[in-house]
Design a protein around this ligand. Sequence first.
Ligand SMILES: NC(=O)c1ccc[n+]([C@@H]2O[C@H](COP(=O)([O-])OP(=O)(O)OC[C@H]3O[C@@H](n4cnc5c(N)ncnc54)[C@H](OP(=O)(O)O)[C@@H]3O)[C@@H](O)[C@H]2O)c1
Length: 338
Amino acid sequence: MKYKNVIASRKGGQEVLQVVENDLRAPLARQARIKVLSAAVCRPDITARRGEALYSGTPLGQKMPFVPGYAVIGFVDAIGKEVSEVAVGDRVGALTVTGGYSEYIYRSSDRLIPVPATLDPAEAIPLILNYIVAYQALHRSARVKSGDKVLIIGASGGIGTAFLQLGRLANLTMYGIASRSKHPVLAEYGATPIDYKAQDFIEVIHQAEPDGLDAVFDGMMRLSYIKGGLSLLKRRGRMVSYGEPESLAALFRILGTCFMTNLLPNGKSFKLYGTSFYAFNKRPFLEDWAVLFRLLEEGKIKPVIAKRYPILEAAKANELLESGQITGNIVLLAPELL
Ligand SMILES: NC(=O)c1ccc[n+]([C@@H]2O[C@H](COP(=O)([O-])OP(=O)(O)OC[C@H]3O[C@@H](n4cnc5c(N)ncnc54)[C@H](OP(=O)(O)O)[C@@H]3O)[C@@H](O)[C@H]2O)c1
């Protein structure tokens, strides 16, 4: 039997994404074979494909060709002889980092997340990456509390809209930076929108919140935003940056700012957040995904899905994400779910 996936044949634009056919083999002893129902399309897929990811050009960089795709949900279709954690038919998710643009994937069975089968795979897939980033930045890195005043830099994207929904649930007063055409979604979740092309966000927030902000969440990872955000924090305010730096040099400059901020006796703190590839199948990730799945089940969150594509049309999905025109998430789905 055969299955198909989408490979990036070399560095480049979405034209390097090609559908290829593979043999469907039996899983290895400790592996599960997963029939993919939904897969995420996200910014890191693009930077890895373009060779613009942080470690590109270093021995840690993405080797070509590769199958992009940072997260999947599916059901276990076959298991190896030594697998005890999952059974055939179980609904599971995985933070794959690469490999998700595929009809089937093989994963070590101890690196799978239990996902309630009652959830719509299209609505659940943003929880595996975008919502866990927002949830952990809010509740583990910044430890927000009801009534906190926060700024979300990059509020209209996949992670930004997760911040808006989770921030509203946490009863935060929110300001969000996004381009003007996307302001309606910010307003829908109760955030005050700021247009980064026409307004000076520092001025706007100084006027609205003269006592300063409790937390700033930054998805852009640019020093100008980081320094501006830090200047807006009140004493004991927390800055959390979760974006991908443009280069190793940019990362070092940001790390320097982080170190200095945490050293200065002004009570402000600055943390960098990243999903840990190695720790994701442990607490607190499993606990936090369980909370997110429950919130989705209870209808308390509802990911904004801008567009759904069949898995093998990942190139079109990448083109749309790169165009910057969408608000929220793009998801890839098994054709039977479309
Ligand atoms: N830490 C982690 O573990 C982790 C995991 C996944 C992703 N990331 C990173 O998080 C960042 C956001 O990811 P995402 O998936 O949410 O991306 P996305 O869906 O592409 O959203 C990015 C948003 O940024 C907005 N934007 C672009 N330029 C801007 C500017 N100058 N000022 C403010 N907003 C601007 C864009 O919309 P408008 O400009 O039109 O408003 C877009 O909606 C990326 O850097 C990504 O690599 C980190």
